[in-house]
Design a protein. Structure first.
Length: 210
């Protein structure tokens, strides 16, 4: 009975979301493909299972409040943000070239995520060169290898503390060289949920730019 009730509540979430955002399961919007399945997987994440109060808040937000932004709408937002950012920077006596735009990376750095898509779209919509953005995957991969070594993964037994220190120092030098002429580091992402990916990424980033 409880399972049927949960299924009905989930169906209501999907139906209300579609109705509020004037979309359906036939939409050609990339992020709404297999929407029902993707929402189900999202709500089944371990961090949310371990935090039922947070899960309930997110569930209700998706059902009652969440607004879907189409690609066209997002383009307008990115242009408006760029216009405001450029003006604010000008007021400070600097320019957009003093900024470095980066994406938020999770542990699967080889996979193209929504943050990376947004950064690229921001550059394209505002006619900015690609060298205004950087992708710090090497930094994240170094920390991931060290974490797996410390957790006893046999595939990373080779990864000693000395190797970690050398790779980290080399990457710090690379990142500092990349950012030496930059005054602002701007991260673009469309995060939701617990925000753990952003927290973890910033925690790693502090080790390399502090």
């Amino acid at each position: 009975m409880e399972m049927e009730q949960k299924r009905e509540q989930f169906n209501q979430l999907i139906e209300k979301f579609y109705e509020r955002n004037i979309v359906n399961d036939k939409t050609d919007e990339e992020y709404l493909e297999n929407f029902r399945l993707r929402v189900g997987k999202f709500l089944s994440q371990k961090p949310l299972k371990e935090n039922p109060e947070v899960k309930e808040i997110i569930f209700n937000c998706l059902k009652d409040d969440y607004l879907y932004y189409s690609e066209k709408h997002i383009a307008a937002i990115l242009k408006a943000f760029h216009e405001k950012l450029s003006k604010d920077l000008l007021d400070k006596g600097v320019s957009i070239s003093d900024c470095c735009f980066i994406d938020i990376l999770n542990k699967r750095t080889e996979k193209n995520n929504s943050s990376n898509v947004l950064v690229n779209q921001y550059l394209n919509e505002n006619y900015l060169p690609n060298n205004y953005s950087k992708h710090f995957s090497t930094m994240v991969n170094i920390e991931l290898k060290n974490e797996r070594h410390n957790n006893g993964s046999k595939n990373y037994s080779y990864y000693t503390e000395d190797i970690y220190k050398i790779e980290k120092e080399n990457e710090i030098a690379v990142i500092r060289s990349v950012l030496k002429d930059k005054k602002y580091l701007i991260m673009i992402d469309d995060y939701s949920g617990t925000g753990s990916t952003i927290k973890d990424f910033i925690k790693i980033l502090k080790k390399y730019i502090a």
